[in-house]
Every structure is written in structure tokens, then in C-alpha cells.
Ligand binder design. Structure first.
Ligand code: BTN
Length: 271
């Protein structure tokens, strides 16, 4: 059994009415390997590049905490890409929804972001070179009403309920997702052979491949959200053609001058 301490998935779940952030909880508290932290809402939910992640009641805000026991940082490179596949699989299974992936790891339904993924590592204070804990945080906008996404994010983010009128059973989704995320932990820790399956599935659902894109390099945005800067001044961002995904879920792009680049970080916008 992978997590000796627990008898079942339910047994692993620590549930809260509200937390500042489920990822921060996993970082700060000493919780066992395999623990799953869920909050009905978050007051300081956050995402990549220091952005806020809107976390009103109705969504699934969940973090998975694994001890790494000597797993080296390179093995963690494909984690977020595989997590995107895990979310797609879980939503298909539970809701029959065919969502898509926008590189790097936004899950999109009918053109709007319904899920974000933030994988983080914690290093112990004495051994700074090997990560001690892997924390995978996933926020899925499930049952929120459309008014939960106001202001400039209105055109970017939404929930499953707002898009297709379907109410999602958060408990069932949490269990399905836990099964999928455990498989990813296994794939990086001990069980080889599942790698190609994840990249093939990622490619199948990735709406970015084959598109003309703008590369939203944060360095061009003086600290502002590149997506919002893009809405006002798209021309400051370089264009390229998104060609493929590499084995670590880097985005292979071709620039107008014929040069190829692999993007490993940042964000793109589809033109
Ligand atoms: C992103 O879109 O950049 C990633 C968003 C990740 C949000 C989830 S919600 C659960 C966990 N707790 C957080 O504070 N963030 C992640």
C-alpha cells in the first residue's frame, strides 16, 4: 500500500470550511505523506506567477502532499503537465465533459479557464538541494454562479455550472482526482512506462498546438498580469507558431525567422 498510514482515500482527506490557501497549509503544517487538504473556500488562493486564484464556495480547492524521499528535482519537471491530464480524465469520467488544455496547464471549457494547477516543492532547511515535499494544488471552478467571475477576468474565467448548467459532485470529483494524482506520484517515484501515455493524451487535448500564439513574457509586463496587459496592448508580445509539446511538456514554438524555441515557463495567448 502506497500510504501505510491510511485505510482509504476518505481517511486521507483533511477538510476545512475556509483556509487562506490549501497549498500554504500543506507547506506550513506537518502533515503525513499522502494527505489531501480540501477547503470549501480560500481567502488567499493563489496561482502561478503570484496571481490570485478566485476561490469562492462552489469550487474544489484541493492540495495533495507527498514526501519526496530522495526524488530529484528533474523527475518533477513533468508533474504539472501530467496533472492537467489527470484533471481532464476526472472531468470526463464524472461529468462527461471534454475540456481542453491551454499550455501550460490551464483547463479550458468553452473558451474559458475553469481550472488552474500549481505544483510547488518545499526544501528542508538543512538539505537545500533535494526537495522534501511535493505539493500539488488544484482549483476547479465547478458550481459557482457567473457573478463569481466579475471585472477583467470575466472574459477569461468561468465555472462548469456557468458554462453548461451542470452541477458537479465535489466529493466524487475529489476522490477521482486523488486516484489520478496518486498515479502521477507513482510515475515519478517508482513505476516507469506511463510517460508516453501522458504526453500523448496532453497533445490530444491541448488546444495550443498548431495555433499562432503570442508569447506573454512576464518581463514585458512590469509586474502586471500578462493576460490583462495582453487585452490592452497585444502588439508588445512576440508571435510564434506553437508546433508541439516535448516530453517534459515544454511548448515547442517556431518564430517568424525560422528559429525554434522550447518554452518551459510563462504563458501564451492564442491569437
Ligand atoms: C493557476 O491558475 O495559476 C494555478 C491556480 C491554482 C489554485 C489552487 S486552488 C488549491 C491550491 N491552493 C492555492 O492557493 N492554490 C492552489
Amino acid at each position: 500500500m502506497l500510504f501505510n498510514k491510511f485505510d482509504s482515500i476518505q481517511d486521507r482527506i483533511l477538510r476545512f470550511g475556509s483556509l487562506p490557501s490549501t497549498n500554504e497549509y500543506c507547506k506550513e503544517k506537518s502533515i503525513p505523506h499522502g494527505a489531501v487538504v480540501i477547503a470549501d473556500s480560500q481567502s488567499r488562493g493563489h496561482g502561478r506567477m503570484g496571481r490570485c486564484f478566485s476561490s469562492e464556495a462552489g469550487g474544489l480547492y484541493i492540495s495533495f502532499c507527498y514526501r519526496l524521499d530522495g526524488i530529484m528535482p528533474d523527475a518533477l519537471l513533468p508533474v504539472t503537465g501530467r496533472c492537467a491530464v489527470a484533471v481532464i480524465r476526472s472531468l470526463r469520467k464524472l461529468c462527461g465533459i471534454d475540456a481542453e488544455i491551454k499550455w501550460t496547464n490551464d483547463i479550458i471549457l468553452r473558451g474559458k479557464k475553469i481550472c488552474g494547477i500549481l505544483a510547488e516543492t518545499v526544501f528542508s532547511s538543512d538539505t537545500k538541494s533535494t526537495p522534501e515535499k511535493l505539493i500539488i494544488g488544484i482549483g476547479i471552478n465547478c458550481n459557482q454562479n457567473p457573478h463569481a467571475f466579475e471585472g477583467e477576468l470575466k472574459s477569461i474565467a468561468s465555472s462548469i455550472f456557468s458554462e453548461i448548467g451542470q452541477t458537479v459532485d465535489l466529493e466524487k470529483l475529489a476522490v477521482l482526482l486523488t486516484e489520478e494524482i496518486d498515479k502521477i506520484f507513482l510515475s515519478i517515484s517508482s513505476v516507469p512506462g506511463m510517460e508516453n501515455q501522458y504526453t500523448a493524451e496532453y497533445r490530444r487535448y491541448c488546444l495550443t498546438i498548431g495555433k499562432e500564439i503570442k508569447i506573454l513574457r512576464p518581463s514585458l509586463c512590469s509586474g502586471e498580469d500578462p493576460r490583462i496587459v495582453f487585452l490592452h496592448s497585444p502588439d508588445i508580445f512576440p508571435s510564434a507558431l506553437a508546433v508541439d509539446i516535448d516530453d517534459n511538456f515544454g511548448l515547442i514554438v517556431k518564430h517568424g525567422n525560422g528559429e525554434t524555441e522550447v518554452l518551459t515557463y510563462g504563458e501564451v495567448s492564442i491569437r
